[in-house]
Each structure stands twice: as structure tokens, then as C-alpha cells.
Design a protein around this ligand. Structure first.
Ligand code: SF4
Ligand code: SF4
Ligand code: SF4
Length: 247
């Protein structure tokens, strides 16, 4: 199996999950040929790939062209992390006046698109691994399942289910904190509520998040619609297709 790992606008943090696999990655590399992975090797060939993992959002004209080329040369494309799946934290700019940001952040000198967009706005994405960053367990599941010709089993239910399974007290009820767990897809093991803080949504929304119900549920905490929108915009996943219209 010929594999490629590519980076777009991102911090490189999701690619580190490959290195966290350590010896498992070495064992897997006997079955896969890693043809392209700039962060791991100086020998890279871009030919045809059976499987590619793509980190990062599409934020420049060059990236728009490159993601299309990668799609044309790949059989199966996996978006890894909130940047690739939703546009990432940099998509917070999508809701602001770009002309100001362009000069204050990019010095007015670089060719940058006004919007930071997910890969799926440009090409077909076959699978998403969620998180900021993704975790190595999800990456292992995907690699092994695809090597065996099976469908990877990744959660589609909300963080609340993981949280309840762990027996955590709900931070909304017990502490009056805002928690995006009800509309955020699971996979992190309810990490934040386990440490008594609210989920801020880094795994991104479930397939059909009921944002109106969440807002109504939070009315007793005096959470306004504006505040909820602000929280979602900076959740690393504000430009996800499932929520961007609501914002
Ligand atoms: S999803 Fe988070 S960890 Fe991954 S590349 Fe983007 S910012 Fe970095
Ligand atoms: S703490 Fe958050 S994730 Fe846990 S049950 Fe309450 S709302 Fe859901
Ligand atoms: S609890 Fe929410 S914010 Fe915390 S790691 Fe999980 S998905 Fe991310």
C-alpha cells in the first residue's frame, strides 16, 4: 500500500500522531510504503497513492491547486484534524473583517485567501479523523482497518456518552460551566470534563448538531446566542459545514 502524508495550513501537531505510534509505525511500515512524508523523510516521491493523510486547511491559492492534484493521484483520502476537517482555529478569521487581519497578521505581503476552508470544500474526502490534535488510537484504528480492507470504527456519538461512561459529574450541572460536549463528536475520552472543565469542541460537531436545543438548554446559565456563536467560532471547528450557517 502506497501512502502519503501531506501538510497544508496547520501547526504540524496532527502529523506527530504518526511518530507517537513509535514501534507500531515501524511494524506497519513493513506493510505500507510511505512514499511522501516531508516531516519524516528527505526522500519523497509523488506518484500514485493508495492512501493519503492530509493535515491542514486550504488557505492560499497554491493550496487550492495542490489539494486537487493530491486528490487526482490518490485512491483514498483521509482528512486529519480540525484544520483539515473544519478550517481550524485560523478559520476564526472567516467571521471577521479580513482586510484588517490581512495587514495585522500577514503584513499585507503574503498571498492568503480571505477564508480558511476545510479540504471537503474543494475535494471529496473519504474519511475524517477528528481532534486538535488527532490521537494515535484513532490513527492506528484507521491504518489497521484500511490495511485489512475493513471500515474503520470511529465514534460518531457525542462526548457526553464518553463522559457518562467514565462516571464524571456533569460540569454544567455541578459547576454551572458551559460545555460543548452535547454537540461535539467523541473520541478524546471526555478529556476536559474529566478534569472538571467544559468541552470547548476541538473534535468538531456531530453530524446533525442541535444548536437551538443547546442554546435553550443553556438559557438557565444565561448563555446568549451571541456568546454561543462566539464559542463555536473559536472552537477550531467554527467553519465546519454542519455549523457554519448557524454562525
Ligand atoms: S488540528 Fe490542531 S494540532 Fe492538528 S494541525 Fe490543526 S492546529 Fe495543529
Ligand atoms: S460535562 Fe459536558 S460532556 Fe460531560 S455530560 Fe456534561 S455536558 Fe456532557
Ligand atoms: S473534551 Fe472537548 S475540547 Fe476537550 S479534548 Fe475532548 S473534544 Fe476537545
Amino acid at each position: 500500500m502506497r501512502v502519503g502524508v501531506f501538510k497544508f495550513s496547520s501547526c504540524d501537531g496532527c502529523q506527530l500522531a504518526f511518530f507517537e505510534l513509535e514501534e507500531e509505525l515501524l511494524r506497519l511500515s513493513e506493510k505500507v510504503q510511505i512514499q511522501y512524508f516531508l516531516e519524516a523523510s528527505s526522500k519523497n516521491t509523488w506518484d500514485y497513492f493508495d492512501l493519503v493523510f492530509v493535515e491542514g486547511s486550504v488557505s492560499t491559492p497554491e493550496e487550492e491547486e495542490r489539494i486537487k492534484k493530491i486528490r487526482e493521484s490518490s485512491r483514498f483520502l483521509v482528512a486529519i484534524g480540525a484544520c483539515a476537517v473544519s478550517g481550524g482555529i485560523q478559520s476564526a478569521r472567516n467571521f471577521e473583517d479580513f482586510s484588517e487581519i490581512y495587514f495585522s497578521v500577514y503584513s499585507g505581503r503574503y498571498e492568503v485567501n480571505p477564508l480558511s476552508k476545510p479540504l471537503s470544500d474543494f475535494v471529496k474526502v473519504d474519511l475524517e479523523i477528528r481532534g486538535c490534535p488527532i490521537n494515535k488510537e484513532a490513527l492506528r484504528e484507521v491504518l489497521i482497518a484500511l490495511l485489512q480492507g475493513k471500515s474503520p470504527q470511529l465514534p460518531s456519538y457525542p462526548v457526553c456518552l464518553e463522559c457518562k461512561r467514565k462516571g464524571n459529574p456533569c460540569v454544567v450541572v455541578a459547576k454551572g460551566l458551559i460545555c460543548l460536549g452535547p454537540i461535539t463528536v467523541a473520541g478524546c475520552g471526555a478529556l476536559c470534563p474529566t478534569f472538571e472543565r467544559g468541552c470547548y469542541g476541538c473534535y468538531g460537531p456531530v453530524e446533525k448538531p442541535n444548536l437551538q436545543a443547546l442554546l435553550e438548554g443553556y438559557s438557565r446559565l444565561r448563555v446568549s446566542q451571541d456568546l454561543l456563536k462566539e464559542l463555536l467560532r473559536i472552537s477550531f471547528n467554527g467553519y465546519n459545514k454542519s455549523i457554519r450557517e448557524w454562525l
